[in-house]
Design a protein around this ligand. Structure first.
Ligand SMILES: [Zn+2]
Length: 410
């Protein structure tokens, strides 16, 4: 794919397109159209997602209103209580202090922290994001994920970190959260494209195309979505023994919802997928390339050898990557995720600064070329060399990542 073409895709999709929104649909249709221009017919596969329309969200600290965004799907109502800053989320003493309080948690709420404060009687919670050094006061639109809440709800507000610091500095005593919202079921979608091979087993290539509500998501993850299109363009004219299926996943940022829906809706076809090649965040100006293999260890060594042969520096490791590869691996499909991880202060993610400016088209092109070389070897194998067995240690990591098992204390 030409550099100008890549750049054009970033310009064409330079708007927020969060999971389940009309803008996400617009980007799905954009990729469908791009496939059509290659002479390929992609389909859009919808799936249900929880949606919410916030009508009112207010936070008062010691009676003073603080700019906030209410958590979607955290319920409606009003709660006023003593404020408690839970600095240490796992120690027993701190958790006991949560009873009857509105709890402020450092940055985001995680699944087990939510369970803990809920069980310890918290009546609401406050999180924050942004950066004290940024010259904006952006507040991300958060949601109480279905998987986190699982029927339990607490009214919750997200604020900018600058306000959070001031609240704690001032020794504020009370908090009040008021939220009114409509919660309903809506629709997100995956875009699916098939390039049949000589046999009916295939490699699935995945990349999410949704963004978080604050970002255009050029790096995270239009870069991967472009790579998928470039791979489709390449392999439509190059022989491949195994088939290829491309899945542009929706709602990844909301908890890998697209990949999970795909694995559920295509459960009876998963046995035919020999490998999942996932791409999430490539092509930044700075940073090293990583391959995370939720597979037998041999693939880690293979990729390292191949990188040396090709003169393409990378670091490969066994592990579970927080992206669309994970539901596939959890369903027994060996999976590898590729990413070029920029130092955080050169390419901040999940904020308004995730634009095409933090990328370099030449780097993106090199990253795509390496991924295509790897996929080309696999897709033309006489026998898929990657074994299907996923090591026990990684199965445990998957269970922890997918919240079936609480990780032990480190
Ligand atoms: Zn991502």
């Amino acid at each position: 794919m030409k550099l100008e073409k890549m750049n054009q895709i970033f310009l064409d999709t330079a708007f927020v397109h969060a999971g389940g929104s009309d803008e996400e649909l617009q980007v799905a249709q954009y990729f469908q159209k791009e496939c059509a221009q290659l002479g390929l017919e992609a389909s859009i596969e919808p799936f249900e997602v929880q949606m919410a329309n916030i009508k009112e969200a207010k936070l008062y600290i010691d009676g003073k209103e603080i700019p906030c965004k209410g958590y979607k799907n955290s319920g409606s109502g009003e709660v006023e209580a003593e404020l408690y800053y839970l600095r240490n989320v796992e120690d027993a003493y701190s958790l006991k202090q949560c009873k009857g309080k509105i709890v402020m948690i450092d940055t985001i709420i995680r699944h087990w922290s939510f369970q803990d404060i809920f069980e310890h009687g918290a009546v609401g919670f406050i999180t924050f994001d942004g950066n004290v050094h940024f010259d904006n006061n952006d507040i991300d639109q958060k949601e109480l994920r279905a998987v986190v809440g699982a029927g339990k709800k607490l009214l919750a507000a997200n604020i900018n970190v600058k306000d959070a610091v001031e609240i704690i500095r001032s020794g504020a005593k009370t908090a009040k959260i008021v939220i009114e919202q409509d919660e309903y079921m809506g629709e997100s979608r995956n875009v699916v494209l098939d390039l049949p091979g000589e046999i009916d087993e295939y490699i699935v290539m995945t990349a999410h195309y949704d963004s978080v509500p604050l970002a255009n998501g050029a790096y995270d993850n239009m870069s991967g979505a472009v790579a998928l299109l470039a791979a489709a363009e390449y392999f439509k004219d190059h022989p491949h023994r195994y088939g290829l299926r491309f899945v542009w996943c929706g709602s990844e940022e909301r908890g890998l919802l697209g990949a999970k829906a795909y694995c559920k809706d295509h459960a009876d076809e998963l046995a035919k997928i020999v490998l999942c090649v996932n791409i999430d965040m490539i092509g930044p100006v700075m940073g090293g390339f990583h391959a995370v293999c939720t597979t037998e260890n041999k693939l880690v060594s293979y990729i390292e050898y191949m990188a040396n042969e090709e003169g393409f520096p990378l670091s490969a490791r066994p592990g579970v990557y927080s992206s669309d590869s994970t539901p596939f691996a959890d369903n027994g499909v060996p999976a590898v995720s590729f990413a070029r991880l920029a130092p955080g202060n050169t390419a901040a993610g999940h904020c308004r600064y995730d634009t095409v400016e933090i990328l370099k088209m030449e780097q993106l092109s090199d990253d795509i070329e390496f991924i295509n070389k790897f996929t080309n070897r696999m897709v033309n194998a006489k026998q898929m060399p990657v074994g299907r067995e996923i090591p026990e240690k990684l199965k445990t990591e998957l269970a922890e990542y997918l919240l079936r098992k609480r990780p032990g204390k480190k």
